[in-house]
Design a protein around this ligand. Structure first.
Ligand code: HEC
Length: 269
């Protein structure tokens, strides 16, 4: 059988394995478990066209419900976390999730009767639940704010309260560049990396222990790594995504590296 047909067949088989699933949501009013069927029956569900989907890298169509519908009692300054089947833990400020204009957050629901394609050959789909955005450029919403294979959403106290060891020097003003860098770190990096031994992610290395990459990457190479990791180091299993200037403008990249440098001096705190 030609290889292309084999690949097609195996991806069809994989896709056919999509089954109804459960999503647990705990946003402070007691945990609630939603089944795929219940979600698909919500009156707010509609068919959504997502242009240049972040995970599939092409236009996609989903059955989806405005995320806000699933977050009763959540306010804009709350902090949420979306945990995926593989341990990826996206930290999400509630504000953008509650937005009804542009950008708007949606929970895409994989209907077992119409399974989504695999994310790559031999891989599962983005289901059973996937956070997608319409008009993400209006945020901007970073790729780390599109968690897929989500199984749990919960309200937590802020990152600074949960992980004091990654907080910059408290003497700095809230709008100090280092604190701005800390906010960018939470939005873009914390889903995969720990820092000073703290964080929920299990995916990438700790970015300050035993050393900070600001200490062992020669000048310029750290920024280059963040922009395009595999332009610096290549191997087939490399998993870190690159951050383009569209997602992380040069000024933000400077702020982020400024935060990492600052934290290299706060390792003992
Ligand atoms: C989707 C997960 C993910 C995200 C998001 C992510 N990383 Fe990574 N990162 C990894 C993984 C996994 C590695 C290990 C190398 C690999 O597999 O690519 C890594 C490696 C690194 C390294 C190299 C460490 C070393 O000593 O080789 C640096 C530096 C780094 N990441 C910084 C960052 C920064 C800064 C951000 C945020 C802008 C970030 N990463 C976002 C997953 C991620």
């Amino acid at each position: 059988m030609p290889k292309r047909i084999l690949v097609l067949l195996s991806s069809l088989l994989l896709a056919a394995q999509a089954t109804a699933a459960e999503l647990s949501i705990d946003v402070g009013q007691g945990a609630r478990t939603w089944h795929t069927d219940e979600l698909l029956k919500l009156p707010q569900v509609r068919t959504l066209r997502i242009r240049q989907d972040v995970s599939y890298k092409r236009d996609m169509t989903y059955r989806a419900v405005p995320f806000k519908v699933l977050l009763p009692g959540v306010s804009a300054d709350d902090h949420l976390q979306a945990v995926a089947l593989d341990g990826f833990a996206a930290e999400l400020a509630a504000g953008p999730l509650l937005n009804t204009g542009k950008p708007q957050a949606w929970l895409a629901i994989e209907d077992p009767a119409h399974p989504w394609p695999p994310l790559a050959a031999g891989k599962p789909s983005a289901g059973p639940f996937y956070l997608v955005w319409t008009d993400p450029a209006a945020g901007p919403i970073s790729p780390e704010q599109w968690p897929f294979q989500v199984r749990r959403i919960r309200k937590l106290s802020s990152v600074a309260e949960r992980f004091p060891a990654m907080v910059p020097d408290p003497a700095l003003k809230p709008d100090d560049p280092v604190n701005q860098g800390f906010a960018l770190f939470q939005k873009n990096c914390l889903a995969c990396h720990r820092l000073n031994g703290q964080g929920d992610a299990q995916f990438g290395p700790d970015l300050n222990i035993p050393f900070s990459p600001t200490e062992y990457f020669a000048d310029g190479f750290l920024k280059r790594y963040i922009r395009d990791p595999q332009s610096l180091r290549q191997w087939p299993q490399a998993k870190m995504p690159g951050f383009s200037a569209q997602v992380l403008p040069d000024g933000d990249l400077d702020l982020l590296v400024g935060y990492l440098k600052h934290m290299a001096e706060r390792r003992g705190h």
